[in-house]
Design a protein around this ligand. Structure first.
Ligand SMILES: NC(=O)c1ccc[n+]([C@@H]2O[C@H](COP(=O)([O-])OP(=O)(O)OC[C@H]3O[C@@H](n4cnc5c(N)ncnc54)[C@H](O)[C@@H]3O)[C@@H](O)[C@H]2O)c1
Length: 261
């Protein structure tokens, strides 16, 4: 099996949004990349962008809810690169419905992609990483996994579940030299929530001490921290990327007191 000279990152849901942002950031900094997405067209587009930045890039159609699909994807990564240094379990979907109005389609989809997908992709990535004795797994959590909201009970429960998976996996992987952490964004500018960002709702901004919404590069920087020895003694952590959202009950009072609101 050939082994890449450069470190390799694989990102599920890498065809757009946060996943794409992470891949571009790592490609710019010397990584080779595997772009995994259920939508092969977007994965190919991102792979092309990364190639243009100097990375060796592989686009793979992969549905994280399907074990065969994930196994085949990681088999290809092993054959193509011979190594995997960073695995980002980023693929996720966002659906809103009250628990009392739950439909099997929405509940099953949320649990399958957001929770089952993380288990499935971690399991497959670890087949490569364990033999290396090193690696970093990074999961997509959310502020809603800690501070849930109306209509987002099931989504929030899947992300709270990601927090537990992150901590248990961190313990189970430590003997193999692999660390496991998570990023927990609030509203970050991607297709998932672009409608909110466009409207700039005052009520939402009032919950955020920094009074700004997030962008994908801020998440990529947290992933860089998790991927490198900058975080060599950090595992099992979920780091917020949320401008301090919900740090206090009334952050807008600080802006008023500063004469800036
Ligand atoms: N954007 C935010 O504000 C925000 C906030 C908190 C958490 N998150 C989390 O960050 C992650 C990325 O979010 P985003 O905003 O970039 O979303 P996005 O919708 O822009 O991108 C998600 C990507 O995942 C892919 N995907 C969906 N189902 C898949 C499957 N079964 N298998 C493989 N790929 C699949 C999609 O095709 C898409 O490319 C998600 O886990 C999300 O829950 C996002």
């Amino acid at each position: 099996m050939a082994r890449s000279d450069k470190p390799v990152i694989a990102v599920t849901g890498g065809g757009q949004g946060i996943g794409r942002g992470i891949l571009i950031y790592f490609a710019e900094r010397g990584y080779d990349v595997a772009v995994l997405d259920i939508d092969i067209k977007t994965a190919q587009d991102v792979a092309k962008e990364c190639t243009d930045l100097g990375a060796e890039s592989l686009a793979i159609e992969c549905d994280v809810t399907k074990w065969e699909s994930v196994d085949a994807a990681y088999q290809r990564i092993a054959e193509h690169f011979g190594r995997l240094d960073v695995q980002v379990n980023n693929a996720g979907i966002f659906r809103r419905e009250r628990i009392m109005d739950s439909t099997p389609e929405v509940v099953e989809a949320l649990i399958n992609v957001n929770l089952h997908g993380v288990i499935n992709s971690s399991r497959a990535a670890l087949k490569i990483m364990k033999d290396q004795g090193a690696g970093s797994i990074i999961n997509a959590n959310s502020i809603l996994g800690f501070f849930p909201d109306h209509g987002l009970g099931v989504y929030g429960a899947t992300k709270a579940g990601v927090n537990i998976l992150t901590r248990v996996l961190a313990s189970e992987c430590a003997p193999y030299g692999i660390r496991v952490n998570a990023y927990a964004p609030s509203v970050t500018d991607t297709a998932m929530v672009h409608h909110i960002i466009e409207q700039r709702p005052e009520a939402k901004l009032n919950q955020i001490p920094m009074r700004e919404f997030g962008n994908v590069e801020q998440i990529a920087k947290i992933c860089w921290f998790f991927a490198t020895d900058q975080s060599e003694y950090t595992t099992g952590a979920s780091i917020p990327c949320d401008g301090g959202a919900w740090a206090v009950q009334r952050p807008f009072e600080s802006w008023k007191a500063a004469g800036k609101l």
